[in-house]
Design a protein around this ligand. Structure first.
Ligand code: ATP
Ligand code: MG
Length: 420
């Protein structure tokens, strides 16, 4: 137990962390260009927030949350997703009082008690964006375009964008009535989860992954055929905006988010490679959510994208991620006095932004040079008694095999010139 991390969690070891750092940097630069500012919210919230914000009838709230009572007897939940905390922060910090829209992004851990497998963890990480304050369909298209541009920048291929409209409470009322009529006769042949959802959330039944249920539901009425004028024209405009950007999409009437506060646009980006866990990004509009959580009536839209699944796609497609460059200089030493001198030089070089390193293991000279190779040192200097006395040493370029004599007192200037 002591040396094994909890099931469904994963370390990112130093040799692998460059992948995360690279993706995070691409995300941050992209969001900056699109005008989205980062928001950071706490790792845990009051359980009630997720019951409201994600919805009591969802898998997340019913089965997957890490909830506990803290020592002050409060009901606390580790955040299972990013949207509800951002909504809470938007209201609490009165961000609605600023000029709208409010465009935000986050990179956050998400905690879900699920059965771990490839692409499904108990702590995963999500990149998400949220735009509050505008109903305009160009915002929906912009949000989708951020996800698509990120995949493009990372050269990830074999993705499909599926879009749908789930209407609004007004058109859904009529539709739900029709859907319940259709489902009533089917109930005996549907699974128990579907039966549970019949009263609370009939639309979610369409989302059931059980094969037999899918067969039974083939001819179910679809929301998209019952949209009101407002929802219909919003969906048409979204499609026009996407076409304007040359973003391909598939209208997929089976994408559902059955809660009242989800409105209009719903979308998923699906990898045609990673199979059942193929949804790499999911999002949509939720014009009723901010009010549901206690804020002023404010429209919103966003998505959540799993970073682990992004990494899986990169791996599957053998896409190289630039790794860190190694060291600028390694100082090999002979004897204690040289070690002291190297320690001082290395420190001063680091202060001048030169990535310098020395030996800490009392290795032989031969072993130090081998180590310098291993850590990919661009230049190597060997320091002995003579070098210290004369302030002169030989600087070797490990990549070209060339060497030159240098003055130790001006080594920072020399290196800066060479590295430029
Ligand atoms: P799924 O259908 O795969 O369970 P979901 O509908 O629960 O996904 P969302 O809540 O929309 O997913 O989360 C957004 C994204 O986060 C997903 O598209 C996926 O990339 C990622 N994700 C969700 N759950 C996990 C998990 N347990 N492990 C790794 N990534 C996950
Ligand atoms: Mg899930």
């Amino acid at each position: 137990m002591l040396t094994k991390a909890p099931r469904g969690t994963k370390d990112v070891i130093p040799a692998e962390v460059y992948k995360w750092q690279y993706i995070e940097k691409v995300i941050k630069d992209l969001c900056d260009i699109f005008g989205y500012k980062e928001i950071r919210t706490p790792e845990f919230e009051h359980t009630e927030l997720f019951q409201r914000g994600v919805g009591d009838s969802t898998d997340i709230v019913q089965k997957e949350m890490y909830s506990f009572k803290d020592k002050g007897d409060r009901n606390i939940t580790l955040k299972p997703e990013g949207t509800s905390p951002v909504v809470r922060a938007f209201i609490e910090n009165k961000l609605y009082a600023d000029a709208q829209p409010t465009k935000m992004y986050y990179i956050t851990p998400a905690f879900r008690y699920e059965r771990p497998q490839a692409g499904r963890l108990r702590i995963h990480h999500q990149f998400g964006v949220e735009v509050f304050g505008s109903q305009h369909p160009s915002v929906d298209a912009e949000v989708i375009s951020i996800a698509m541009t990120l995949y493009e920048k990372l050269s990830i291929k074999n993705l499909e964008l599926h879009i749908n409209s789930v209407g609004c409470p007004k058109c859904r009322e009529k539709y739900n009535k029709l859907l319940r009529e259709f489902l009533a006769i089917k109930l005996p042949s549907l699974c128990s989860t579907c039966n549970d959802r019949y009263e609370t959330n009939p639309m979610r039944i369409l989302d059931c992954k059980v094969e037999n249920c899918q067969k039974e539901l083939q001819d179910a009425p679809l929301m998209i055929d019952y949209l009101c004028e407002d929802c219909k024209s919003h969906f048409e405009l979204l499609q026009n905006y996407l076409k304007e950007l040359n973003i391909d999409f598939i209208v997929d009437p089976k994408i559902v988010r059955g809660l009242d506060y989800y409105t209009k646009t719903a979308f998923e980006i699906i990898s045609t490679e990673i199979g059942a866990k193929g949804t790499v990004c999911g999002g949509g509009r939720y014009d009723g959510l901010i009010q549901e959580v206690g804020g002023p009536e404010t429209p919103g839209i966003g998505f959540g994208m799993g970073i682990e699944r992004l990494l899986l796609s990169l791996e599957n497609q053998n896409i190289d991620i630039p790794s860190s460059k190694g060291f600028d200089l390694f100082i090999a030493t002979l004897g204690q006095e040289a070690d002291k001198k190297a320690f001082e030089i290395v420190y001063n070089l680091r202060k001048s932004d030169i990535k310098a390193e020395k030996d800490y293991m009392e290795r032989s000279l031969k072993a130090q040079l081998k180590y310098a190779n291993k850590i990919n040192a661009h230049y190597v200097v060997i320091l002995g008694q003579e070098e210290i006395e004369n302030n002169k040493a030989v600087l070797k370029n490990m990549r070209l095999g060339e060497q030159q004599e240098i003055n130790l007192l001006t080594i920072d200037e020399t290196l800066k010139g060479l590295l430029r």
